[in-house]
Ligand binder design. Structure first.
Ligand code: NAD
Length: 361
């Protein structure tokens, strides 16, 4: 059966890194007989330059129809003066909300050979592979009422942390499904000792767990989770949490790895359809120089194959190829540490190395 994916290269280093991910996709598409069709659209600043808006209706319709979307990166200083509603980020926010992408997946993984890039001791992070699942469209960032008032002559402002049981149930299901495709352990992070909203969160997660008897569920308060992430991050497999807690914990976890050019991410809807993209931005400082690290985008492709297209063998092949390239000492500039066994290469050579490793797999 044919599967359709939309590719959105975007701005800055976006087209350079996407070029390498597309070459890798071509290879696994053939070798694993995936039957994937690719439709490419301008997005972000690139779309604004051509059509005057960051996301055209044509591109949006193509994304709606597709099984999955692979994005490079968007933005750049040249768009800072564009009208706010036409800036590249607005295109991304609209895409996420139009497709109801409520579940944000941020893996924090660290190849053993890159452990020295972390701010933690190597033995604590070498081989780290944890997934943080953050609820993306509810909670305190969207809750009503919100605002500010003057009460008794003093300024006061407020936000509301609110979840209904449906919102919790769908992110919990997403968490259990992800855990099922990994090491079958899910840790739900909340603040149920203080917040009513967390009490409901915990209760609903426990209810949903009845449908997933094969997954080991645990609960942790968010303050403890923050401590545990820096004390012993390898204890976690999948963490599921609310918008605010996930925002903070996922950034902390990403920094454990110390290499932003290596980190993929995804945002999924309730059917598992997803937008996959590297965590990093468009890196205008190095755009056009051929030095950007394409591995975060290549690993985003592998996540897309694993979590949306359910092509685990192709995803495993890509992950193994990247791992072999790193073990062999090939490095883009951002992950080079100056050791004698390293070969520092550019964007295209890194793509070549992954493709060569795929051939040897
Ligand atoms: P950035 O992630 O683009 O860059 C931060 C630093 O990391 C830079 O020094 C850059 O050279 C380096 N870097 C990033 N990706 C790299 C890669 N693949 N290989 C090697 N080095 C890499 O963050 P920024 O500079 O704060 O933002 C630049 C632009 O990107 C802004 O317009 C911002 O709005 C946008 N942005 C977009 C996204 C997205 O597309 N989802 C995310 C974050 C930022």
């Amino acid at each position: 059966m044919t599967k359709k994916i939309v590719v959105l290269p975007g701005d800055g280093i976006g087209p350079e890194i996407m070029n390498e991910a597309s070459r890798v996709l071509d290879v696994v598409n053939q070798s694993h007989k995936l039957g994937i069709e690719v439709d490419t659209h301008a997005f972000g600043g690139a779309s604004y330059d051509i059509d005057g808006k960051p996301l055209t209706e044509t591109a949006l319709a193509a994304c709606r129809e597709a099984d999955a979307i692979l994005m490079g990166s968007i933005g750049g200083p040249q768009y800072d003066t564009a009208p706010r509603e036409l800036r590249p980020e607005r295109g991304l926010l609209r895409l996420r909300s139009e497709l109801d992408l409520f579940s944000n997946l941020r893996p924090a993984m660290l190849f053993p050979e890159l452990a020295s890039a972390s701010s933690l001791k190597s033995e604590l992070v070498a081989g780290l592979d944890l997934m943080i699942l953050r609820e993306l469209t509810g909670g305190i960032y969207f809750g009503q009422p919100r605002g500010e008032e003057t009460v008794d002559g003093k300024r006061m402002s407020f936000n509301t942390m609110v979840y209904n049981e449906d919102e919790i149930e769908r992110i919990a299901r997403s968490g259990f499904e992800i855990a099922r495709s990994r090491n079958k352990r899910l840790c739900s992070v909340d603040k149920a000792n203080v917040l009513e909203v967390s009490e409901l969160w915990r209760a609903v997660v426990i209810e949903v767990s009845k449908d997933y008897p094969d997954i080991e569920l645990s609960h942790m308060y968010v303050d403890n989770a923050a401590m545990q992430l820096v004390r012993e991050p390898k204890q976690f497999d999948v963490i599921v949490t609310s918008n605010l807690f996930g925002d903070i914990l996922s950034d902390a976890a990403a920094m454990l790895t110390g290499s932003i050019g290596m980190l993929p991410s995804a945002s999924l809807d309730k059917n598992g359809k997803g937008l996959y993209e590297p965590v990093h931005g468009s890196a205008p400082d190095i755009a056009g120089q051929g030095v950007a690290n394409p591995l975060a985008t290549i690993l985003s492709l592998s996540m897309m194959l694993r979590y949306t297209l359910k092509e685990a063998a192709a995803a495993d092949a890509i992950d193994k190829a990247v791992s072999a390239v790193i073990s062999g000492g090939t490095r883009c500039r951002d992950i080079a540490s100056g050791q004698a066994n390293e070969t520092v290469v550019g964007t295209v050579e890194m793509g070549d190395a992954v493709i060569a490793a795929l051939g040897n797999a």
